[in-house]
Design a binder for this molecule. Structure first.
Ligand SMILES: NC(=O)c1ccc[n+]([C@@H]2O[C@H](COP(=O)([O-])OP(=O)(O)OC[C@H]3O[C@@H](n4cnc5c(N)ncnc54)[C@H](O)[C@@H]3O)[C@@H](O)[C@H]2O)c1
Length: 296
């Protein structure tokens, strides 16, 4: 995620310092940025010159003191472990200038867990990106109990400036908005998959070609209102009455799935070397949508 977040700021015109624990990891991340930008150029989302300019804005360092020099805004994207994030936030608090905002790309933790020892309580915020973060527009900006309105608004405005689609999440709660909604859908998909109601491919095709097709353009709430128009509500009441009692409400991972994931198996069985090609094709399609819906 870190290389994509860095790329997003560099494409938005900001001098960006990317940091990790070793130079090898940073070189690899720069390689992934170049690879991603080649796809941006191939899809005419940016020109070669804009891509080269973005690369020119990124420097790398494994030294936090170098990162901290003159920095206005930091977004951490390290491993999702509370203690590690806590230690990093405390170190950043000690070395960054007093005005620097400290943001976290955590996907499941809340600021109250890992930001509690930071002195600049008003300048901490969660910015939750979605993979791939340099392409998917939405970023959830989550206000912690101590985040000031100034920090919240500055972060929101900064993300808009780099052409992201920030969303204001006004109270901290685990999973924020999007992962909670996604988990609700996944719970039902896992249940249908385990019961063998349809194949893996057909479950994906069903979502992609139905509500997935609509969702990129209109959200689920407008979708629902439009479906019920002009007798708004009637269809919603009927659907809820018919289905809410039928769908999964489990609080556990189905055993078949946890076993599969523990043995590092996903739903599909592609050979390792095919993944790069699949990701390339995915990114090309996403970039077309990004251009059409958000960057036109
Ligand atoms: N992968 C996703 O789809 C996704 C989506 C949204 C948010 N996130 C969040 O983004 C963060 C990173 O996820 P990822 O999938 O990129 O993980 P990753 O393991 O691929 O990358 C984490 C990077 O952090 C580095 N790192 C670890 N400890 C460090 C430290 N103390 N200082 C500096 N660098 C350190 C590692 O070397 C590694 O390069 C997590 O908090 C995750 O929950 C991930």
């Amino acid at each position: 995620m870190g290389h994509g977040v860095s790329l997003s700021f560099a494409l938005g015109g900001y001098p960006t310092v990317m940091s990790d624990v070793s130079d090898d990891i940073l070189n690899n991340a720069m390689g992934r940025i170049r690879w991603a930008l080649d796809t941006f150029v191939e899809e005419a989302v940016v020109t070669r010159k804009q891509a080269d300019d973005a690369i020119g804005r990124i420097t790398t360092t494994s030294d936090l003191a170098v990162l901290a020099r003159d920095v206005d805004y930091v977004c951490e994207a390290i491993i999702e472990r509370c203690q590690d994030k806590k230690e990093l936030f405390n170190k950043l608090d000690a070395v960054c200038p007093p005005h620097t905002i400290l943001a976290s790309n955590t996907s499941s933790l809340v600021l109250s867990d890992f930001g509690s020892d930071v002195k600049r309580q008003d300048k901490i915020v969660v910015t939750h990106y979605f993979n791939p973060p340099h392409i998917v527009p939405c970023v959830e900006v989550v206000k912690g109990p101590t985040t000031s309105d100034e920090t919240f608004n500055l972060t929101y405005n900064l993300l808009e400036k780099v052409k992201k689609l920030p969303i204001r999440v006004l109270k901290e709660l685990p999973g924020y908005l999007v992962n909670r909604i996604q988990m609700g859908m996944n719970r039902e998909i896992y249940d249908l998959w385990v019961k063998g109601v349809a194949s893996t491919e057909d479950l994906d095709r069903a979502v992609k070609g139905s509500f997935g097709f609509r969702l990129a353009s209109i959200g689920p709430l407008l979708t629902q209102d439009l479906a019920g128009f002009p007798k708004l509500g009637a269809l919603a009441v009927e659907s809820c009455n018919n289905l809410l009692r039928q769908i999964s409400d489990t609080k556990e991972i189905p055993e078949e799935l946890s076993k599969r994931w523990e043995s590092h198996k996903g739903f599909y069985d592609y050979p390792q070397e095919k993944w790069e090609q699949i990701i390339k094709e995915r990114d090309k399609e996403f970039l077309g949508r990004l251009k059409q819906l958000y960057w036109s």
